[in-house]
Design a protein around this ligand. Structure first.
Ligand code: NOJ
Length: 759
């Protein structure tokens, strides 16, 4: 028996165990079970040192140590070393009258040691089974070191790319978002709590966090009833239906009520309507923040309001509000039954995980699991499958193919081309830089001895105007490079490009420019990157632009002037190897954009699923100074082949509300290479009791087809796809109407058919 495989207990057995434990627990011990602390062993801040986010954690190790000694800690986060996890676990168990172990949680966002492409890239693969496999690897590594719970997936819809956390989600669309959310939950949890090598999934941030005003992280969110139900909630609902064991609340206030104290959202919708039976955790310090919001007068009231809204566990940076729960109960602000219900849910999770029987982790096994080569191979495949080919004029890619140019020398240009840390992307902490393959490494390796590969950064790395909190607490804030001669370096890059057959230019955002607390007021390429690209292109050497990003960037110049553009995102540990596989055509790109790519920041938010109103013919001309159409539409992405769509047929053209139909379409690989295509199905409701978007994604399938091969794909449109939340009646409705169906390779697909729905 593997150390993690536990006998499955019945519900009654679990309840009995929970009951026995709770029988003589004090209110303070119960509140302790509901408290999660960050654990950092940071030294106290030195006198006069700048106050950074790290300062908030200084001395935290001591505070937590004391709370562990009193048996008043339910969970810890941010520890990843198995030996330290075992040590802390021992202190927890020995400090606790009931011998209760703590849950270890961590942000396992796109891998632990083996880093996968960032989540927006995984979504761009439009391959839920692949996404599930990636997160299963992440779960296996996390569980091996003693982590029980991932604060992931982030299932927030993001429609404003200024918001840095767009990189952590699946983009703008509720249907794709729901499919990716469910896949990730399955990947993390497997068959459910206690499955060997898996962890609890914690979809976040409930709910609406991605709609921050102006894309400014943590800012208020005002969502209409229709947007909330039709766009922002579906990925959460899918994650709950997939069995997520945990949900994390959000920081901001939703329509004026803080999400973390929002009884309607947490108790009525999540638990009541959806039947969520896992446990809820607050975001870090979010219970505390109920005071900041002006939603509670003091910490006692803050704790009470969160508890009464149904937040089972407080994620605390220090000074937990839940430590005041005994007082709050005495004062009548919260009741003991609510406290007990939360404790019951937390203990149930611990028991179901098997934690009470096997609280420690096997440190030797952890080392083996973390170095499993199969994990690296999975990361390489995920990076291959997530790349999106945005442009390929004249078949420049793949290099060295019959249609491309002969390549005996390659200039690799741009500081991101050889930056290990940036190749990994944001939101990773336990990576191994030594084994990270940059684009330069990957190309050198793949090109072989007959091709000369030169490298020139060309420009210095761009810096944030305001430093990143993550760089500050990791203690590695980037600095200006010493002795960098700007003019000479640019000239060197240009000379190298001029002397080479092809220039591969890697541009984008540095990883600290995206993610949490990394919102931007612009979408331009930071620093002197555009200038570098223009200087290289001016040599006349064909340019392949690789974009390293987690949000759309202003690529107007490149889209008009650079023959090949491949979006490689932040591709992870094996990123450079995967990129080389793609550049040389060992595999082909088949990803598609999970968001609408705007031309310029002034257009955002820009989504494909908009409604129409006055003068729809001028929809693309709403600004007098720039098109209001996207640079690249949602769902867009090329391959090294071409695909034709034909024979869009419906198995019936009339149905009654509540019935389903099957749509089929034939996709043909009309080119000369084997390639992947993501066939997409959209609907549009012509009329009804509310305005509906011009297009709504309602199905997709990624297929691999040999040259000349055709496949007929089927999609089911049933009540779930045809209903929508109607704000006028505050309910789901299926209208009597005509529905247009569109099938094709992106959201502008033209092949169409229609059917009617009657009551
Ligand atoms: C704050 C972030 O909003 C959340 O996503 C994350 O899980 C916690 N910090 C813990 O790191």
């Amino acid at each position: 028996m593997s150390v993690h495989s536990m006998p499955v207990l019945t519900e009654a057995e679990v309840a009995e165990r929970v009951g026995a434990l709770m029988a003589d627990m004090t209110t303070a011990e119960k509140a302790g079970q509901l408290t999660q602390y960050f654990y950092f062993d940071l030294p106290p801040r030195e006198e006069g040192a700048p106050e950074g986010p790290g300062a908030a954690f200084a001395g935290q190790g001591i505070t937590v140590g004391e709370a562990l000694g009193r048996g008043e800690v339910g969970s810890l986060l941010f520890v990843t070393d198995p030996a330290q996890i075992n040590r802390l676990q021992r202190r927890a168990i020995e400090g606790n009258r009931h011998g209760l172990p703590v849950l270890f949680g961590f942000d396992v966002i796109h891998g632990l040691r083996t880093i996968f492409p960032v989540p927006i890239a995984l979504a761009a693969s439009w391959d839920p089974a692949g996404v599930e496999r990636s997160q299963a690897v992440a779960a296996r590594e996390a569980r091996a070191v003693g982590i029980h719970w991932a604060f992931a997936p982030m299932v927030d819809i993001a429609r404003d790319p200024r918001w840095g956390r767009i990189v952590e989600g699946a983009g703008e669309d509720p249907y794709l978002g729901a499919a990716v959310a469910a896949a990730q939950v399955r990947g993390f949890q497997g068959e459910g709590l206690g499955a060997p090598g898996r962890v609890i999934a914690g979809p976040k941030h409930f709910a609406g966090y991605g709609a921050a005003l102006g894309g400014r992280d943590y800012d208020e969110v005002n969502l209409s009833d229709s947007e909330l139900w039709n766009v922002y909630l579906p990925p959460f609902k899918a994650a709950v239906d997939a069995g997520a064991g945990n949900i994390m609340t959000a920081y901001m206030d939703l329509n004026g009520v803080p999400a973390t104290g929002n009884h309607w959202l947490l108790a009525e919708v999540l638990r009541g309507t959806w039947g969520f039976d896992g446990f809820l955790v607050s975001d870090a310090q979010a219970v505390h923040n109920l005071r900041t919001h002006g939603f509670a007068a003091d910490l006692t009231e803050a704790g009470a309001r969160a508890l009464m809204a149904g937040v089972d566990m407080e994620m605390a940076v220090g000074d937990p509000a839940y430590a005041h729960l005994p007082e709050a109960i005495k004062a009548g602000l919260a009741d003991e039954e609510a406290l007990d219900a939360c404790v019951r849910r937390v203990l149930t999770a611990k028991i179901r995980l098997g934690l009470l029987d096997q609280p420690y982790v096997d440190e030797d096994e952890a080392i083996q699991v973390l170095s499993d080569p199969a994990h690296r191979a999975a990361a390489r495949e995920a990076a291959q499958r997530s790349a999106v080919l945005l442009r390929n004029e004249g078949g420049l890619l793949p290099l060295a193919s019959p249609r491309s140019i002969a390549v005996s020398s390659i200039a690799v240009v741009g500081p991101l081309a050889d930056s290990r840390r940036d190749t990994l992307g944001p939101w990773v902490f336990d990576f191994d830089l030594d084994e990270t393959v940059t684009v330069l490494d990957g190309i050198r390796d793949r090109a072989g001895p007959d091709v000369e590969v030169g490298y020139a950064p060309g420009i210095r790395p761009a810096l944030r105007v305001f430093p990143s909190m993550f760089d500050m607490f990791a203690g590695n804030a980037p600095a200006e490079p010493e002795g960098f001669d700007d003019a000479a370096e640019l000239a060197r890059a240009v000379d190298l490009a001029r002397a080479s057959d092809v220039a591969v230019v890697v541009l984008g955002e540095w990883q600290n420019m995206i993610g949490e607390a990394a919102s931007r007021s612009s979408l331009e390429l930071p620093g002197r990157q555009l200038e570098l690209l223009q200087a290289v292109a001016a040599t006349g050497t064909p340019v392949v632009l690789l974009v390293m990003n987690g949000r759309p960037l202003d690529l107007r110049w490149a889209a008009a002037n650079v023959p090949a553009i491949l979006d490689i995102w932040y591709p992870g540990t094996q990123g450079g190897a995967a990129v080389a596989d793609l550049l040389f055509g060992d595999v082909g790109p088949g990803g598609k954009l999970p968001f609408t790519w705007p031309r310029t920041v002034g257009q955002v938010p820009l989504v494909y699923g908009h409604t129409v109103s006055h003068e729809p013919a001028n929809q693309g001309r709403r600004y007098w100074d720039e098109e209001s159409t996207p640079l690249y539409p949602f769902g867009y992405g090329l391959s090294y082949s071409r695909f034709d769509y034909a024979d869009l047929t419906l198995d019936r053209d009339r149905l009654r509300a509540g019935q389903a139909l099957t749509v089929s379409v034939t996709v043909t690989n009309a080119g000369e290479r084997a390639a992947d295509e993501v066939a997409q199905l959209y609907i549009h409701q012509r009329h009804g009791t509310a305005s509906r978007p011009v297009r709504e994604l309602k199905g997709f399938q990624r297929v691999s087809l040999a040259p000349g091969e055709s496949r007929t794909l089927e999609f089911r449109l049933g009540p779930d796809e045809l209903r929508y939340w109607n704000a006028a009646v505050r309910d789901w409705v299926i209208d009597a109407t005509t529905i247009d169906v569109f099938a094709g390779g992106d959201s502008t697909a033209e092949l169409t058919a229609s059917f009617t729905i009657s009551r």
